[in-house]
Design a protein around this ligand. Sequence first.
Ligand SMILES: Cc1cc2nc3c(=O)[nH]c(=O)nc-3n(C[C@H](O)[C@H](O)[C@H](O)COP(=O)(O)O)c2cc1C
Length: 309
Amino acid sequence: MPTDLSVTIGQLQLKNPLILASGILGDKPSLLQRIIKAGAAAVTTKSITIEKREGYSTPIIIATDCGYINAVGLANPGIDKIPDLVNSVKLVKGKVIVSIAGSTVSEFLKLAEVARNSGADAIELNLSCPHVKKHGLSIGMDSKLVHKIIQVLNENIEIPIFAKFGISDNYLTSCKAAEDAGADAIVLINTIRAMKIDVWIKKPVLSNKFGGLSGPAIHPIAVRAVYEAYEKINIPIIGVGGIYNWESAVELMLAGASAVQIGSGVGIRGIDIFNEILLGIKKYLMENKVQKITEIIGLAHEERKLQDL
Ligand SMILES: Cc1cc2nc3c(=O)[nH]c(=O)nc-3n(C[C@H](O)[C@H](O)[C@H](O)COP(=O)(O)O)c2cc1C
């Protein structure tokens, strides 16, 4: 029997567990299409706000030895462009998760309604941008507000709702609040607030001074966050952070992720990364005599031993 790579996140069925992470390729429909053709089961759009945003002035992204630090400033084309983004992915038969970033409950609802009406397969709430005030981490750290936003969306929106969090002292409390309010999945993790200083100019490099660190540097932190959340909540987790090869994808699934998102890895390895990871995962499953990929989810936890398979 061929290896079964399909996974299900709430009502969202994916032919394999690989998803493009939000924001990595900006908001160009043609780039989203290329990612589906390159093997990803789904793409996540750039986080969309009600109004179009130009973002910060350059420099907005800098490469480090172990990943990127970015402060794009949530540059995006605004709510009116959601239908175009969704349609372009549908044309190539991919699944599309629309990431939305509101600053109030009603903004989140308005964005979610447009995404749903456009035919999105799921909605991801960006509750974790580390470098934009009123649009990110400050919302995700407020578990009461998280509960309120998701409860309202849950009452009004039928498609799956994913809540994306970053690392904060109380991210597990926010994950639990999202689950209690009816979220279909948790996405962990967003970038981690960081800074790069130019030693010759003696000033921070990014125009915003602070940015979000992504890439291999944050992978062990993502593994820890997914592992901890898996012990605390009972809805699926989508793991993201520093995936750059099949081992790092499998590691997040063993920690408890039902699917994984790839962001900086696309910049580091190119779009072939999706196919390379799929091939590596298939080989790994065959060598371990595992027929369905879902059988490895959470296997690193003590209560889930190989003999459970
Ligand atoms: C340039 C850039 C832009 C990003 N924009 C968004 C965004 O709009 N919304 C969001 O939720 N995450 C955004 N992220 C975070 C990624 O989706 C992801 O959570 C993070 O980069 C960790 O994954 P990675 O190490 O595979 O890149 C962005 C990351 C980068 C590098």
